[in-house]
Write a protein that binds this ligand. Structure first.
Ligand code: FAD
Length: 412
């Protein structure tokens, strides 16, 4: 029998993981990874600030899938076959121990992405995967005999029996052209996981302040609660990143210009804040309003909010008028900031959009349109919130695609 040839286009997390899964399951197959850049796994290297947030400590497939604004429903089945627990075991069995941080993110105990890269490259080498760098695939065709013909940037013509496209997020549609040329449709790409530009001077002066808050975008149905970070260009932190992920398309349609509402005291029930301020008017009458923050608001933030509510610095609780108290409550629970644009989040960003999910069989990651063609990773219209979810989607879809190409039945 002739040797079966598998080509994986894209040497990122999904492509390399798929190649290893395929070659380990079918040692007789010839598995090649073609990477257009000079190095493999370049995003793994820079990920998580150089520490690589490999996955998230959440071992329930449905819970895990709920962190994906796009692709969550389709990923439930795949996570039942290869999930975060399998990733932990996969790396541990190859000598890479992972640790969990307080917020659930999992990193190698070395705190270095190089450990993850070394492990993957070592596993690929042991499984006999051919790794070719600086070799971009520029065109693909399917002549009709079941094989695929690839044209590379080296002006080589390569032939394979099964093809996996794992070329990563298509920030511009041209990056999804290989899939399109084989009959697939791209959902238009827009960025996800970005931070908000806000020009309000008093907010920017608070740069560095971090609080637990609730942020919402009226009209877009977006609301998130958690850590919020003031930066010198606006707002960032997990709350903003989650809003940007769930609202990636809606916020792009608004051209990243919208009103953002912040509740700085989300743990207080409606009415409780008024009661607390009334109590201060009675029992702390002589104290300056500006000097008495409601916990957990920090002194700096409180002072700015009091000022933004139009309350003079020297106002004592006893002198706080009803209307000024009302303005203060408004400011504390629904400060409205005009967002005027977005910035890249340097820690992690992904593309919303990509190959349409209906066109893929998620039991195998094979195309429903073109036999022998497989997909994995961010090229698909799949993206998760920040925290290790995006790499897990790459490991999971890569593993399933690799095993399927190897001819292994993947359990439902
Ligand atoms: C700065 C940053 C930090 C991140 N940190 C984290 C994190 O800590 N945790 C997390 O879960 N996610 C993180 N992410 C997201 C995560 O990196 C991606 O979701 C993940 O890398 C997707 O894997 P992939 O293999 O699908 O794509 P990629 O990693 O993008 O790999 C695709 C590869 O294909 C190659 N390629 C493209 N076209 C061709 C072609 N025509 N021919 C040959 N090769 C081609 C590309 O050069 C690239 O190397 C981060 C993203 C960024 C940008």
């Amino acid at each position: 029998m002739e040797t079966q040839r598998v080509i994986v286009v894209g040497g990122g997390a999904a492509g390399v993981f798929a190649a290893i899964a395929c070659a380990e399951a079918a040692p007789d197959m010839e598995v090649t990874v073609l990477e257009k850049g000079p190095r493999l796994l370049s995003k793994v290297r820079i990920s998580g600030g150089g520490r690589c947030n490999v996955t998230h400590h959440c071992f329930d497939p449905r819970d895990f899938a709920a962190r994906f604004p796009r692709g969550g429903r389709e990923l439930i089945g795949p996570f039942q076959r290869f999930q975060a627990r399998d990733t932990v075991q996969w790396f541990e069995s190859r000598g890479v121990k992972l640790k969990t941080e307080g917020d659930g993110r999992m990193f190698p105990v070395t705190d270095s992405s190089e450990t993850v890269i070394d492990c993957l490259l070592q596993a690929a080498q042991s499984a006999g995967v051919r790794l070719v760098t600086s070799c971009g695939v520029e065109g693909v065709e399917k002549p009709g005999d079941g094989s695929f013909g690839l044209r590379t940037s080296h002006h080589e013509e390569l032939v394979c029996d099964q093809l996996l496209l794992a070329t990563g997020g298509c920030r511009t549609p041209v990056l999804g052209q290989l899939a399109v040329s084989l009959g697939h449709t791209l959902e238009p790409p827009v960025p996800s996981l970005f931070t908000f530009h806000i020009e309000t001077p008093w907010l920017r002066e608070l740069s560095g302040v971090s609080v637990e808050a609730e942020a919402s975008v009226a009209g877009a149905g977006l609301r998130e609660r958690g850590p919020l970070l003031v930066t010198h260009w606006g707002l960032s932190g997990p709350v903003v990143l989650r809003l940007s992920a769930w609202g990636a398309r809606a916020l792009s349609e608004l051209n990243y210009r919208f009103a953002l509402r912040i509740n700085w005291l989300p743990h207080l029930k409606a009415g409780a804040l008024g009661t607390e301020l009334d109590r201060r008017r009675r029992s702390e009458a002589a104290r300056l309003v500006v000097n008495a923050p409601v916990p957990p608001i920090t002194a700096r933030l409180w002072e700015a909010l009091v000022k933004a509510a139009g309350i003079a610095h020297e106002t004592r609780w006893a002198d706080l008028s009803r209307s000024a108290q009302h303005r203060l409550i408004q400011q504390l629970t629904q400060t409205e900031f005009p967002v005027t644009g977005k910035s890249l989040n340097k820690e992690e960003f992904v593309t919303c959009g990509g190959v349409r999910l209906k066109e893929i069989d998620f039991r195998t990651m094979q195309s429903r349109i073109c036999r022998g063609l497989y997909f994995a990773g961010e090229l698909l219209d799949i993206d998760g919130i920040t925290g290790g979810f995006n790499f897990q989607a790459a490991w999971t879809t890569g593993w399933i695609a690799g095993r399927s190409m190897a001819g292994q039945t993947v359990r439902d």
